[in-house]
Write a protein of this length. Structure first.
Lengths: 250, 120
């Protein structure tokens, strides 16, 4: 199953146009995932990719919603970036929308460990998922699901319930609420089970109006058994005794 | 965002609330603040931290750490000051607005860039 090597989040009451998260360590083969959430999807909608210090990673936008300004809805944008070397980087993200109505935003990040994943599978989400609920059809067995939501209604999530996928309620990475601004959720499920239809999100509290994105991280393929010709060698000991040894290798 | 304005009364609330939880919900801080009659949502609502009312509810900041790792609440104050509040494993407490003010937390803008981390 995919494994989270590390994860964390920025503040969720950021107001500046950009923010930096320092000292994210990535190894060769790791996969960095960044989920930016904003309180109000007003103009100008930004799809500016993250940047990082050191050797630049290539960031792929996996989902953005809404595509154009839509006041009265939250804002979500999801990025992935594979790492081809080991380094510790500072990542800079850009606020994904304007500041009118509410400037609040933030981002969650995860590093998926090399050797445990096989890249990205399905991605799903939208600006209005209907109360923190998102259907996604996974394409592989034992995939990980990661994602989160911005609740424009800022409903009180003190009593909140994550949905169950493959018998697990997963892990919550971030919950933030400013009752005058918005509520944020970020969560993961380590093993979504057999490929097929899943429902991601929170069943409570009700009354949310969420922009949500969820991504499938495929499990690494099982290592194929080694096979090949077997070479056999036999020889006497150097002392000249009759002892012999048999080596087999491939 | 929710109905109303920065004024919590427009939502029928006695105060605005900030909550932040990490560590699968094991660690959480709650901060109550009122409106300063000036700020707007466009710039981020601001106002003084306030206590709740009633027995056992007269606090402005509450914190809990049900995990086994020490967490640190990091904030940036309205004048750019960085502050850190330590939340030890097993902690479950509250502080009043006066106690919070003594530590530099006076207004909502004194808890900007709010994070909870395991790094001091």
């Amino acid at each position: 199953m995919p494994t989270i090597a590390s994860s964390n989040a920025s503040a969720w009451n950021l107001t500046a146009a950009t923010a930096v998260y320092n000292s994210i360590s990535v190894a060769n083969g790791d996969l960095l995932i960044i989920l930016s959430l904003g309180a109000n999807a007003v103009s100008p909608i930004s799809t500016t990719a993250p940047t990082n210090t050191g050797t630049a990673l290539t960031y792929t936008q996996r989902l953005t919603a809404p595509a154009v300004a839509h006041s009265g809805f939250g804002r979500v944008i999801l990025w992935t970036a594979p790492s081809n070397s080991a380094q510790t980087i500072n990542v800079t993200c850009t606020r994904p929308m304007g500041s009118a109505g509410s400037p609040f935003w933030g981002f969650q990040w995860w590093v998926i460990a090399a050797g445990t994943h096989n890249g990205v599978g399905a991605v799903a989400g939208s600006e209005d998922t209907g109360s923190n609920t998102q259907a996604i059809t996974t394409t592989g067995a034992n995939s990980m699901l990661l994602g989160g939501a911005s609740d424009w209604n800022a409903v009180d999530g003190t009593s909140r319930t994550r949905r169950t996928i493959n018998g697990s309620t997963g892990t919550e990475h971030s919950y933030f609420r400013d009752s005058a601004q918005y509520t944020v959720y970020a969560q993961s499920y380590a093993d979504a089970g057999a490929a097929g239809s899943k429902t991601f999100g929170y069943s409570a509290p009700v009354g949310q109006l969420t922009a949500l994105a969820v991504i499938e991280i495929l499990a690494a393929a099982a290592a194929a058994p080694k096979k090949g010709p077997i070479v056999v060698g036999a020889y006497n000991s150097p002392v000249g005794s009759s002892a012999a040894r048999l080596d087999a290798y491939w | 965002m929710p109905i109303g304005t920065c004024d919590p009364a427009t939502r029928g609330d006695p105060y605005n609330v900030i909550q932040l939880a990490v560590g699968n919900g094991d660690v959480m801080v709650t901060i109550r603040y009122d409106w300063d009659q000036i700020s707007t949502r466009d710039t981020g609502c601001d106002g003084p931290l306030v206590n709740g009312t009633g027995i056992g509810n007269t606090w402005a900041v509450a914190y809990v750490n049900a995990g086994e790792t020490t967490y640190y609440m990091h904030t940036t104050g309205r004048n750019g000051q960085s502050r850190t509040f330590t939340i030890n494993p097993g902690a479950n407490g509250t502080i009043t607005k006066s106690q919070a003010a003594a530590q530099g937390y006076v207004n909502r803008s004194d808890v900007d860039n709010l994070t909870l981390t395991t790094e001091p």
